[in-house]
Design a protein around this ligand. Structure first.
Ligand code: GLN
Length: 541
């Protein structure tokens, strides 16, 4: 069938969970047998979020092909159980960059370059491209209607409706119904204004999804339907859910697919959401629990570890366990020691990170895990620090460090390699003066796994593929000494160290890659699953 488009815009304010809404609708359509593509448009000017602070932007999600993208892509992959690419997210900056490059090459044949048609056409082309071969493409527009940066995108949406016709395009608008305590009322006015703003730009919403902290009475839904000129059945309630994975089920129970099928002329179909619903049940009513310490910094901004916390939920759901996360600020370990924070946990996780702050506390946490035989998983920086810890405290190399923290260290256990072959087969050159944007080892790489290792047991495979996002590497010069002393390299990729394990320890694994990026509710990541399982089993003993 010809690709149909569902555009999701937001009104009133940001952070309404448009990403979860888009992913949930996608999940339902996929479970109904359609092939579903999904695309996030980000109106900000940065070329990609790679150089934005996690405090600004939350997590940077890395796709298989090495694109640094918006964290909503993570939700899309986790919900739709699919791998996306760099074509599934772009920003205003990326659009302008490519239009300007074309202009410099003279591709516009002397024309004046304008927002309409040139910028809009560039956006349109990329939307059509993302929809190729799909029955339905869901397109989420970041930001809120009324943002200046969003205008070219909204104009594109308007034009696509014009080009493709109303049986092929649906506009869904997500807004907030604020509850005013003093009046004891849910207020519809902001929604009405937001819809008016959309109409002014030439877009008529076909469905309104109302975020609300309270149940929405029928009269209010009818009022929204009337004032915003949508069918009653197209006003959908999105109440705060106990878990984000409940949202598709909440939508389904309101028959959300009926108006969608009607608008897009999808015909008859059945929706099979049984497996999903079982997993959600296990998230909500687990039989047992396990306590994992999550040692990191930026703990006040848990959004920057979104994929990892979701991956723990996936592992838990599949093991019928609640994974209780104990957040431990590594700087507090520096002050009070590791024991105080870690003696009551079943497993210790040290996640990825950048910069020197809190690093010594993380090293202390790793030492605690190693010496007390607590199951340990170190991810990216967590693996690098586990090597530094081993070198310092077992090999006796007191000055062991990463050149990231001490550029002149005498024992560069973690160093900067100056050239490597990237995911596209091209040689990349790195120096200390390389620009920071887009210069990391990014995306999926093959890793050869040592048979018999915990890594091997987790994946049950000699070759695995996982995603990367880092600048530094473990230095192979120390491999022999580390292995002699009991820290074994169990994963390698073209001479680069991808995983280490400690021999005389029940479960101690460090991985250079980010396993959390490939975890989905229906298919939890193997090494994270194995870690949670080990934590549970060993705590029983
Ligand atoms: N800062 C380290 C590096 O750049 C680790 C990065 C990470 O944990 N993602 O190699």
């Amino acid at each position: 069938m010809e690709t149909k488009f569902i555009f999701i815009t937001g009104g009133v304010l940001s952070s309404l969970g448009k990403g979860i809404t888009a992913a949930s609708i996608g999940t339902l359509l996929k479970a109904s047998g359609f092939s579903v593509g999904i695309l996030k448009l980000d109106p900000y000017i940065n070329v990609d979020p790679g150089t934005m602070s996690p405090l600004e932007h939350g997590e940077v999600f890395v796709t298989k092909d090495g694109a640094e993208t918006d964290l909503d892509l993570g939700h899309y992959e986790r919900f739709l159980n699919t791998s996306l690419t760099k074509d599934n997210n772009f920003t205003t900056g990326k659009i302008y960059l490519s239009v300007l490059e074309k202009e410099r090459r003279g591709e516009y044949l002397g024309k004046t370059i304008q927002v309409v048609p040139h910028i809009v056409n560039e956006i349109k082309e990329r939307i059509y491209n993302a929809g190729k071969g799909k029955d339905i493409l869901i397109v989420e527009l970041g930001g809120t209607v009324g943002d200046i940066e969003g205008l070219p995108f909204l104009e594109t949406i308007r034009q696509i409706k014009h080009e493709k016709g109303s049986a092929n395009v649906m506009n869904i608008h997500v807004t907030l119904l604020p509850y005013i305590k003093a009046a004891g009322e849910l207020k519809t006015k902001p929604t009405q204004h937001s819809v008016q703003e959309l109409r002014r730009i030439g877009i008529t919403p076909n469905m309104i999804i109302l975020r609300s902290e309270h149940p929405i009475p029928r009269e209010i839904k009818e009022k929204v339907a009337l004032s915003c000129d949508v069918d009653k059945e197209s006003v959908i309630e999105a109440r705060d859910a106990a878990t984000i994975y409940r949202v598709p089920l909440n939508f389904l129970s309101q028959d959300i697919l009926k108006p969608i099928a009607k608008q897009l002329e999808l015909g008859d179909f059945k929706t099979d959401i049984g497996e999903w619903s079982d997993l959600v049940n296990k998230i909500l009513h687990p039989s047992d629990s396990v306590r994992i310490a999550f040692v990191g910094k930026y703990l006040d901004l848990k959004e920057s570890y979104k994929s990892l916390t979701e991956a723990l939920i996936h592992a838990g759901a599949n093991l019928d366990l609640k994974v209780d996360i104990k957040w431990v600020d590594s700087e507090e370990i520096e002050e009070d020691g590791a024991k105080k924070f870690l003696e009551d946990v079943d497993g210790i996780l040290v996640a990825g990170g950048f910069g020197k702050r809190g690093v010594e506390g993380k090293i202390e946490a790793i030492r605690y895990a190693r010496e007390n035989k607590v199951p340990f998983l170190g991810i990216c920086l967590g693996m690098q620090l586990s090597i530094i810890e081993y070198a310092r405290n077992v090999l006796g190399l007191k000055e062991a460090n990463s050149v990231e923290f001490d550029p002149n260290t005498k024992e560069p256990l973690i160093y900067l390699i100056d050239s490597f072959i990237d995911a596209n087969g091209q040689r990349q050159i790195r120096t200390t003066s390389s620009p920071l944007g887009g210069t990391m080892r990014l995306g999926e790489y093959k890793c050869n796994v040592k048979e018999g290792s915990n890594l091997y047991k987790a994946y049950n495979s000699k070759i695995i593929y996982e995603r990367h996002r880092h600048r530094y590497e473990a230095n192979p010069k120390y491999k022999e000494a580390l292995e002699k002393a009991g820290m074994i390299v169990t994963g390698e990729s073209d001479g680069l160290i991808e995983a280490v394990e400690v021999k005389n320890h029940p479960w101690f694994v460090g991985v250079q890659f980010h396993p959390e990026f490939t975890s989905r509710l229906q298919k939890p990541n193997e090494i994270i699953l194995a870690f949670v399982k080990a934590a549970k089993e060993l705590s029983k003993k």
